[in-house]
Design a protein around this ligand. Structure first.
Ligand code: ADP
Ligand code: GLC
Length: 474
């Protein structure tokens, strides 16, 4: 089975969030299922610099504004196709934002080009390699189906929704510069509330839709979570499935992680906790050390933390935070850290520190308003770091709440709270401290989490089965 994955970011080459982790992990996970997945990426500087064994696949005289080439090569164990288009992608730093944190004004065209090249490879292949499925991720790959239509059809298509909050919308004045068929500017096409939406186009056009957890799949069909696309999702409900993400269990293995003091069970965590306290300048404490590793955005619910915090601190708990994003949230956390000796804050993006935090924390907080899947709560499970999560999306699907019944049966792995308010979070934090003091129950929680399967096996099988169904149907 040959599949072309089409993504705007891919770990370890370029990453702003979990999408990169997933795009980076899928090819290896699917290899075991007999799927040969290649990944089409924009030729950002980091991608072009990493590419080895390079050969030219196509030369385009005019790829959305200037000449470009499609290159095949290998990097970081990935089998890549990279779009060498300096006018679109030779920009440093974040793949979507300029140095001031603003969206690049030509983002619609930049990712239209990604989608167009994806469709082109779908129709014409790449040096004799012909994908049977085009598997796109998020709005950046949404226009694939529009271009396939213009090219007269092609292989089966899958679109995975990692986050429906990003719709890839722009004004209809760009129909020309996006090389869209003007006749398709209607409700069954790429029109969305009077504008163009790349995501809407893909949601309407793809043969199959997936999202990254079963609960988020159901949520997407509701006005509360659908971000205006819930009607489209209901319309396509027969074609939508939720397939839970896995995590990279080699990169995130507490027994072999080079960034930490390795351990095999909950007892081994203490050395990491002590080291993290020392690193973050936190004193010793009787209560649990809670950590947060997150993008700072409205989605993540971090604005609830300051108000809920007293419930943790009153019980001897502490908080260590690593994150970056929204300047107002960064400021709020900085000042929370400055005011409070039991709170330590690092603003920034730091892969190695994220490992030390998850190894050293007793608990990890994920108070998201919505969370399509979420990866950090799964890192927490694997590292014996008890997740305290909002009851939504993938957080609902990956954590077993420590209800009296679950505790009695010995199956609980963490705490879930609902609704997503500071009050409910505070209540969960107080409960966490109570569980922490009951050493037997706590050890059980930790051990259960570490035993939980969080790898890709099951989900890789689900994707492979989906590809097989789609190609058999043709
Ligand atoms: P999202 O994709 O919505 O940001 P996920 O939980 O799916 O949420 O994935 C986030 C990924 O980014 C995880 O791998 C997490 O460890 C990582 N991450 C987020 N913020 C930071 C940070 N400040 N430093 C290091 N890693 C981070
Ligand atoms: C998005 C979501 C996150 C998910 C990730 C990977 O960034 O916000 O919940 O884990 O994609 O699918």
């Amino acid at each position: 089975m040959r599949v072309l994955s089409i993504a705007s970011e891919c770990a370890p080459l370029v990453k702003t969030g979990g999408l990169a982790d997933v795009a980076g992990a899928l090819p290896a996970a699917l290899r075991a299922e007999g799927v040969w997945m290649r990944t089409l990426l924009p030729g950002y500087p980091a991608v072009m610099a990493a590419l080895q064994d390079v050969s030219e696949v196509y030369y385009f005289h005019d790829l959305f504004g200037a000449p470009a080439r499609l290159m095949a090569g290998q990097a970081a164990g990935l089998d890549l196709l990279a779009i060498d288009a300096p006018h679109l992608f030779a920009r440093p730093g974040n793949p979507y934002l300029d140095a001031d944190g603003r969206d690049w004004p030509d983002n619609p065209e930049r990712f239209a080009a990604l989608s167009w090249v994806g469709a082109h490879v779908g129709v014409h292949g790449a040096l004799g390699w012909h994908p049977q499925v085009l598997h796109g991720h998020d709005w950046q790959a949404g226009l694939v189906t529009e271009y396939l239509r213009q090219m007269g059809g092609g292989p089966a298509t899958v679109l995975t929704i990692h986050n429906i909050a990003f719709t890839g919308s722009t004004d209809p004045g760009r129909i020309g510069s996006l090389r869209l068929d003007p006749w398709r500017f209607h409700m069954e096409g790429y029109e969305f509330y009077g504008g163009i939406s790349a995501l809407k186009a893909g949601l309407m056009g793809a043969d199959a839709l997936t999202t990254v957890s079963p609960t988020y799949a159901a949520e997407l069909m509701t006005p509360e979570y659908g971000m205006g696309l819930d009607g489209v999702m209901r319309h396509r409900r027969e074609s939508l499935t939720g397939i839970l993400n896995g995590i990279d269990t080699d990169a995130w293995n507490p027994a072999t992680d080079p960034a930490i003091r390795p351990y095999r069970d909950g007892n081994g965590k203490a050395a990491n906790t002590a080291a993290l306290r020392a690193e973050m300048g936190l004193p010793d404490a009787d209560g649990p050390l809670c950590v947060i590793v997150s993008r700072m955005s409205h989605q993540k619910g971090l604005d609830l933390v300051p108000e809920a915090l007293p419930a943790l601190l009153e019980h001897g708990g502490q908080l260590a935070v690593l994150g970056s994003g929204d300047p107002a949230l960064e400021h709020a956390f900085r000042s929370l850290g400055d005011r409070n000796p039991q709170v330590a804050v690092r603003i920034g993006y730091d892969e190695a520190l994220s490992h030390r935090m998850i190894a050293g924390g007793d608990a990890i907080l994920v108070p998201s308003r919505f969370e399509p899947c979420g990866l950090t709560q799964m890192y927490g499970l694997r590292y014996g770091t008890v997740p305290v999560v909002a009851l939504t999306g993938g957080l609902a699907d990956t954590v077993i709440n420590a209800s009296p019944a679950a505790l009695a049966r010995g199956v609980a792995t963490g705490l879930q709270f609902s609704p997503v308010t500071a009050g409910a979070l505070g209540f969960a934090l107080a409960r966490l401290c109570q569980l922490y003091r009951d050493r037997d129950t706590w050890s059980r929680l930790v051990a259960n989490g570490m035993d939980q399967p969080v790898g890709w096996d099951q989900s890789a099988r689900a994707y492979a089965a989906l590809y097989a169904r789609l190609t058999a149907a043709r």
